[in-house]
Design a protein around this ligand. Sequence first.
Ligand SMILES: N[C@@H](CCC(=O)N[C@@H](CS)C(=O)NCC(=O)O)C(=O)O
Length: 96
Amino acid sequence: MSEYVMYIFPNCPYCQRVVGYLAMNVDDWDRRVELRDAYEPEVAAELVALGGKRQVPCLNISGVPLYESDDIIAYFEEEKALNGGSATGTAACPVT
Ligand SMILES: N[C@@H](CCC(=O)N[C@@H](CS)C(=O)NCC(=O)O)C(=O)O
């Protein structure tokens, strides 16, 4: 099971920016962060149940929603700093 779920729309530029950041900066990001497409009705319902609105990107951190692409990137930047800053930057971005 992944550490995080992140709700996205595949064609959302803010989501693409976050996924691009993860691919370049977070080791094993695709194993750590499960992407869920909020265009799917059951996923949208899950997102609304989590935070009360259908805004993406939204990162689920242990049941607490984190919105805003800048804030999600800042969250992972802080985590990277705390872990010594390693990243391979070799993963491919799956959002096209
Ligand atoms: N300031 C936000 C903007 C996010 C945003 O505008 N997301 C749009 C999709 S691109 C959204 O969730 N719209 C709600 C909807 O379409 O229901 C960010 O940087 O994350």
